[in-house]
Write a protein that binds this ligand. Structure first.
Ligand SMILES: Cc1cc2nc3c(=O)[nH]c(=O)nc-3n(C[C@H](O)[C@H](O)[C@H](O)COP(=O)(O)OP(=O)(O)OC[C@H]3O[C@@H](n4cnc5c(N)ncnc54)[C@H](O)[C@@H]3O)c2cc1C
Ligand code: FES
Ligand code: FES
Length: 1367
């Protein structure tokens, strides 16, 4: 080889640029290199676990023998840099960028409104790009011009592992599907390319052109002759043996020479789960050993080398072959491939090896799917140990002690079996695999997985089981296990219902989760459900034979009517390719009254968000000398810290630690203050004792973020918990011990009517019923981040990802004991906030500033995801006890609610929540309504603002009460809720300050319109029919209204016109993805064009909105509570009014002089005439109209699977009143994204704490926000334009939070489906209590749904069959 490669250097290319490193720490990940060693900021760090996709890039490898380039997406946060020797890396800004022009993927993401905060977008684009180019390299027929060979289904799956917290995925799916050759262009959603009435051909022609033949060259020529070379292992401690013999000698040498710690490595994805804190002496990369990358199959079986990636195995198993695999081989290949497609996500599967997975399962007890699959097919493995090679059953290896670090799995062998060994050649092997996980398409570990293999043949009395293998895994067991007693019991039996029933009883005894496993009974019942699903079709021999037993039994089980367009993986069903999301409709009604306000313009800066050039705090180049901080937090409540010791092992990855910062480092004159939420303060660090688990004890400062993180994670804190009280963790304990927050209970609402009288009028009463709502974590994609840079004269510039710049600024100044003018806080954009970066960013920014102040060096804190989840608090848990009176016809006469709010440790903004809960509760006319609220102080992290603070709890409670009433009266929930919706008269009574004019009360008409647009009545009938026909799937539908009261707050703005006529605005609100900048831009263009209307389009292009700088614009307030966009618009409009007033006389004069005038001339002249071209204003809302109501309604339909508890949201229809939307595309994005976040709260996101109150679902492994496969499959949204509202800002209404409440319909529809399941049980005489009276927890995760249906549903079903008299 030529050049420097001969020296064994690490050579690779990034976006076409060559890099050659003479030495590098082998534990360096690709992401660390890209972001911190080089300056490629496009891939983002969202989790560091392989679980979010923000860091995805494309890796291209060159195979010189085949002269072929392999391109695949990877999670750069897990991929080790040394493993990329000779590879090329492409990040989103390498696809296209501001200077060279954007790639059509960027352009289409922008035009389909598929990016809001933008933090997920570069990773999304790269996941999609990888699928796109690979499809186009394939040998499918050429697509029509402008399209790719990719199908719509593949386009969706390409992004199935990428998380987005803002958009709700639908527009992202549309942007991706717009490339697909089979897309129906009419199915794609709102975009900036098309106009109403465009023909299909015109639409295609208007899309940013895509030509597969002009795809980017991902692998540069110059790298081709450097692709196959080796690193100098002495310099990198990185060994890449090329044969098993070399590997063996390396391992032996490492023992004989006592080399120290050795790490066998392939994809390194295991570190997403088992986080590394140690440094290894040697890395041994197995991927260059040809014997370990083999993939062979013949009529005897399949051999898979240990380093083969899961993606490669899937495509191999799916590829056609000339080899006759036999029916067994075909079946096993197909089932294994289908199952493996649900392991992890595409960008992990692309590097995750089979051997790595099995090693993790064998060594560490990882809840693996592979392990169960291979157990099920009776696989054999080849193993290399220090004593030599051996072959043994995978089952045997699992039973051995954990392999040591020098034992290497070489390959796996799946033996094929031959049908027809028994009984006149009629016997047949059946093989099925199962997996129940929170996300059907993967990206979530299974609660239980299973692989079953049975050799059966028909017999005159049924089906005889000759042999059976039942492998179960991931259920809370050290390893996957064969259910031996069940296997033994079933072997030789002729299957019938009774035998199956007995076998299932044995499963319960065999599949027993270990103590400490969550939902043990649910997991056992899943295990039972899987075997039932496998064997039940065989209990009825006639129908089994006729319905094709011998073509596999999975299909025979599925009930006809449920086999709709929602098969798990969105694959082919009845020959037609199915997509995950079916066609969605968006109706947006805009107005031209204030043009260009009202235009569905694309979001400002969206293309650069897609390319990854948009700058977030961590993208700001770190100043020289910059240090990094990480929090050490308490894991115990009410504990005194005796000591903190950092682990100083030489092998620790935590090198370069500078020290720790605690409360003792607060300068004299400063305060131990970390947050201030209007009502009270919170200390930055614990002093005497930690008050709660998650309390901040210290910040470790080190030379790199990784070192700081590892040091914090491995720090040992010694606590003294003697003589301390027991912590208060629940609201009940708080009430008992009178522990309440000090802040005012800012209730400005009076009770309505006379509760006792209302109760007296009632025919029925509910007394003291209870319900609870849990917390929720924000999951903004950009974790909390701050960079603090000390400046001259004790001043400091702080770059913070905050929603509350001015208060954060004040807290920093107070902590440091300096005047506020010493601090300048700058916020450009925030990668998602959802309320969590208002108060909760303050401690992060303050700690960062304190460290920088103390050390006199710049310090950055980029809070890692796990710590962020623990310390950031979240939504307020609420408990309500209610009593209600109602008539027999469902009319409610009285409600009293006692609401206990768990505020955690500090006031934060909790005092605000009471008003919100009550305001939302009032959405129905309760007749008389009284309430009592208490803000409980507990030893938990402070609960804070989170999107739809208090409203979501209040609205849900209101709906749960009407459902309760309906269940007592045995009425339709819809009939009870709709008859208690307000009339305008009762609305005025309940919402004295905000009801507005009668014409503005659009809710009743929205409810009516929704019945028609969602075909509510017809669908109810169809659902009834479905439920009658199906035993194991049930559906429910729900329609609910929302009434959402918002308040406007004072907001400043500054608008300046520069000499060339370009305009710059400092808006009071922060751009957090909600499109605030875009709306402000449109309003400025409208407002300045009052000088000359024809200038509006030109003006909109001239406006730039810039970062908030707290010394330039004061009193910004917080960007929260839905109204900051409109308030910022109004403040900017007021500035423009001033400028218009100054400029209009000049314009008229110039026009008179010259006949016409343009904007640029006007500004030149104004400059010359010394007209002040900068205006500042402070919008203070009118107290009489600052509160107003927002209305909307939704219908959702949900199907549940009784066997697994899995819900599927079949369809949601939303109508939401935006007044005259300022930008209907932005508002639509808010509505959809908000709704999907609500789905997360009600259905998926489990916020769990341990007995100390410590948040334990603190990773992407355990906290599941919605993904593309868990949202509404069909989401239809109408952004209603309800006309002119004279008291609203340019007639607009809010959209940022209210639609979240509409997701209650999903929960309610799930409940309706469960009700059907329970009704069925009742019809079998197997439900003792009433079928309708039950409470469904939030979130209604799978274990909850199944438990509410009945964990022993299957057994009860079989008992019913057994007890039936035989005919
Ligand atoms: C986000 C995410 C989701 C996932 N979801 C699932 C899931 O749903 N189901 C599932 O089954 N798995 C899942 N996984 C696990 C994934 O399959 C494994 O991480 C991967 O297969 C490990 O392969 P690797 O090449 O990256 O191993 P590495 O990370 O390189 O190695 C993992 C461990 O195995 C050792 N090792 C590697 N190869 C060998 C070998 N040949 N012999 C001996 N030891 C070896 C290493 O020393 C290390 O200890 C998930 C992983 C991630 C990151
Ligand atoms: S940051 Fe790599 S997957 Fe989340
Ligand atoms: S746009 Fe996807 S996370 Fe914000």
């Amino acid at each position: 080889m030529e050049g420097s490669q001969r020296n064994g250097n690490l050579v690779f290319a990034v976006n076409g640029e060559r890099f050659e490193l003479t030495c590098v720490d082998p534990s360096t990940t690709l992401l660390q290199f890209l972001r911190y060693h080089a300056s490629f900021k496009s891939p983002k760090l969202g989790c560091g676990e392989g679980g979010c996709g923000a860091c995805v890039v494309l890796v291209s490898k060159y195979d010189s023998k085949l002269n072929r380039v392999e391109d695949f997406s990877v999670s750069s946060c897990l991929t080790l840099l040394c493993s990329l020797n000779g590879c090329a890396i492409t990040s989103s800004d390498g696809l296209g960028n501001t200077r060279d022009g954007y790639h059509p993927i960027h352009q289409r993401f922008a035009g389909f409104h598929a990016s809001q905060c933008g933090f997920c977008t570069p990773g999304m684009c790269m996941s999609f790009f990888s699928a796109l180019i690979n499809a186009d390299k394939g040998n499918k027929p050429d697509p029509p011009p402008g399209f790719s060979k990719l199908t719509s289904s593949e386009a969706e799956k390409a992004i199935a592992g990428n998380l987005c917290r803002c958009t709700g995925y639908r527009p992202i799916a549309d942007a991706c599907k717009s490339f697909a050759s089979d897309v129906d262009i009419e199915d794609l959603g709102l975009n900036t390319f098309w106009q109403n009435g465009d023909s299909k051909e015109t639409k295609v022609s208007k899309l940013p052109p895509y030509d597969p033949s002009k795809n980017l060259v991902t692998y540069p020529e110059f790298l081709k002759n450097e692709s196959g070379t080796h690193l100098d292992s002495t310099r990198y401690s990185w060994f890449s043996p090329v044969s098993i013999e070399e590997l063996e000698s390396l391992l032996k040498h490492s023992v004989s020479e006592n080399v120290g710690s050795v790490k066998i490595v392939v994809g390194n994805t295991g570190t997403g789960y088992y986080k590394e804190t140690q440094r290894y002496d040697q890395y041994i990369d197995l991927r260059r050993i040809p014997d370990l990358s083999i993939l062979n199959r013949d009529c005897k079986g399949i051999e898979i080398g240990a380093t083969v990636t899961i993606s490669r195995v899937i495509s191999f198993l799916n590829e056609g072959t000339d080899v006759n695999l036999g029916s067994y081989g075909e079946m096993v290949s197909q089932k294994l491939a289908q199952h493996m497609q649900k392991i992890a996500n595409p960008f992990v599967r692309n590097t995750a090896s089979v051997g790595g997975n099995l090693a993790m399962a064998q060594k560490f007890g990882f809840p693996s799917d592979m392990s169960t699959l291979f157990l099920g097919v009776d696989a054999t493995v080849s193993l290399l140990t220090i004593h030599g090679q051996e072959k043994l059953k995978w089952e045997e290896l699992l039973a051995r002690p954990a392999l040591d670090s020098r034992s290497v799995l070489l390959s796996v062998w799946i033996p094929f079996k031959k049908d027809g060994n028994f009984l006149l050649n009629f016997s047949k092997f059946l093989f099925e695999t199962y997996r129940a996980a929170p996300r059907p398409l993967g990206s979530a570990l299974a609660y239980v997985n299973a692989a079953f293999l049975a050799d059966v043949s028909p017999h005159r009395n049924g089906v005889v089981i000759h042999s059976i293998k039942l492998a179960y895994g991931a259920f809370g067991t050290e390893h996957a296990i064969p259910a031996k007693t069940v296997e033994k019991y079933l072997t030789g039996k002729i299957l019938n219902v009774k035998i199956l029933y007995e076998a299932l009883k044995l499963v319960k005894l065999n599949v027993v989760p270990e103590p400490g496993t969550s939902y043990p009974e649910y997991r056992s019942s899943l295990a039972i459900g899987f075997l039932f699903k496998f064997l039940y079709p065989l209990t009825d021999v006639d129908s089994t034979v006729s319905s094709g037993l011998f073509h596999g039994i999975g299909e025979t089980f599925v009930e006809d009517s449920s086999k709709s367009n929602n098969d798990d993986d969105g694959d082919t069903s009845q020959g037609k390719t199915q997509t995950i999301l079916s066609s969605a409709k968006q109706v947006v009604e805009s107005s031209t009254e204030y043009y260009p306000v009202g235009e569905p313009m694309k979001k400002y800066g969206v293309s650069m968000q897609a390319s990854g050039e948009a700058v977030y705090v961590d993208d700001i180049p770190s100043p020289p000398n910059c240090l990094h901080g990480a929090f050490i937090y308490s894991t115990k409540p009410l504990a005194r810290v005796k000591s903190i010791s950092l682990q100083h092992e030489s092998k620790s990855l935590a090198d370069g630690v500078i020290g720790i910062i605690t409360f003792k480092d607060i300068p004299s004159g400063g305060e131990n203050i970390g947050a201030w939420g209007q009502f009270g303060t919170e200390p930055l660090f614990a002093e005497e004792r930690c008050e709660y688990a998650g309390d901040r004890i210290a910040v470790v400062v080190a030379k790199s973020q990784r070192s700081a993180d590892v040091a914090a994670r491995t720090a040992v804190v010694e606590y003294d918990i003697e003589d301390t009280d027991s912590p208060i963790l629940t609201v009940e304990e708080a009430v008992e011990r009178s522990s309440f927050l000090q802040g005012p209970l800012s209730l400005n609402t009076e009770p309505i009517g006379d509760f006792s009288k209302g109760m007296a009028e009632a025919d029925h009463k509910i007394l003291s019923a209870e319900l609870r709502l849990p917390s929720e974590y924000y999951f903004y994609m950009e974790p909390q981040t701050t960079l603090a840079v000390p400046d001259e004269d004790n001043t400091m510039v702080v770059y913070a990802s905050t929603q509350w710049p001015d208060y954060t600024h004040s807290v920093i100044a107070r902590c440091l004991g300096v005047p506020e003018h010493n601090i300048r806080l700058i916020t450009r954009r925030v990668g998602g906030g959802f309320g969590g970066k208002a108060v909760r960013n303050m401690p992060v920014s303050t700690a960062c500033a304190l460290a920088a102040y103390k050390l006199r060096r710049p310090v950055k804190i980029y809070v890692n995801r796990n710590t962020d989840m623990v310390i950031s608090g979240g939504r307020h848990p609420v408990k309500v006890t209610y009593s209600a009176g109602f008539k027999s016809n469902g009319k409610i006469t009285a409600l009293h609610a006692d609401v206990l709010i768990n505020g955690g440790i500090s006031d934060d903004i909790t005092p605000l929540i009471a008003n919100h809960v009550i305001a939302a509760l009032k959405k129905y006319n309760w007749g008389a309504f009284s309430f009592d609220l208490k803000n409980c102080k507990t030893n938990l992290t402070s609960k804070s603002a989170m999107r739809a603070l208090g409203h979501v709890q209040g609205s849900y409670i209101a709906d749960a009460i009407t459902e309760h009433i309906a269940s007592i009266l045995e009425m339709e929930v819809d009939s009870v809720s709709s008859q208690n919706i307000h009339t305008y008269e009762s609305l005025k009574l309940f919402y004295k300050d905000s009801a507005g004019e009668s014409g503005e009360y659009t809710l009743p008409s929205i409810m009516d319109q929704l019945v028609t647009s969602s075909r509510f009545v017809d669908r109810r009938k169809t659902i009834d029919e479905f439920n009658r026909k199906n035993t194991w799937k049930k559906r429910g539908i729900s329609r609910l209204p929302i009434v959402y009261e918002v308040t406007q707050y004072a907001t400043p703005a500054k608008v300046s016109i520069l000499q060339d006529g370009s305009i710059v605005c400092e808006a009071g609100g922060v751009e957090i993805g909600q499109g605030l900048w875009t709306k402000v831009k449109q309003v400025i263009a409208y407002a300045l064009s009052l000088i000359e209307r024809s200038w509006s389009e030109e003006l909109v292009e001239k406006v730039r909105i810039i970062q908030i700088d707290t010394l330039s614009l004061v009193q910004t307030g917080y960007t929260a509570q839905s109204t900051k966009s409109e308030a910022s618009c109004e403040a900017a409009r007021l500035c423009c009014n001033i400028l218009v007033e100054r400029l209009t006389p000049l314009k008229e004069k110039l026009q008179e002089q010259n006949g016409s005038v343009d904007w640029t001339t006007l500004i030149h002249e104004a400059e010359a005439q010394q007209i002040d071209l900068q205006a500042h204003s402070y919008f203070v809302p009118d107290s009489s109209s600052k509160k107003y109501l927002n209305y909307g309604a939704a219908v959702s339909e949900v199907e549940i699977d009784i066997l697994t508890g899995q819900p599927r949201i079949m369809q949601s229809d939303i109508i939401y009143d935006c007044g005259q939307s300022l930008n209907p595309a932005v508002d639509l994005g808010q509505i959809e994204g908000c709704f999907v976040q609500g789905i997360g709260y009600f259905m998926f996101e489990e916020y769990l704490t341990n007995e100390d109150g410590l948040m334990v679902t603190n990773s992407t492994w355990t906290y599941h926000i919605p993904t593309i496969d868990t949202i509404s499959q069909n989401l239809n949204v109408r952004v209603l334009n309800s006309g002119h509202h004279k008291k609203r800002i340019l007639s607009s209404k809010a959209s940022g939070e209210p639609p979240l409440l509409l997701a209650t319909t999903v929960h309610s529809a799930t409940r309706a489906a469960i009700r059907e399941a329970r009704k069925q049980l009742k019809s079998w005489d197997k439900l003792e209590e009433s079928d309708s009276k039950f409470y469904l927890d939030v979130p209604a995760i799978m274990p909850v749904v199944k438990t509410t249906c009945g964990l022993d549903y299957v057994e009860k079903y079989l008992e019913t069959l057994i007890s039936k008299p035989s005919t």
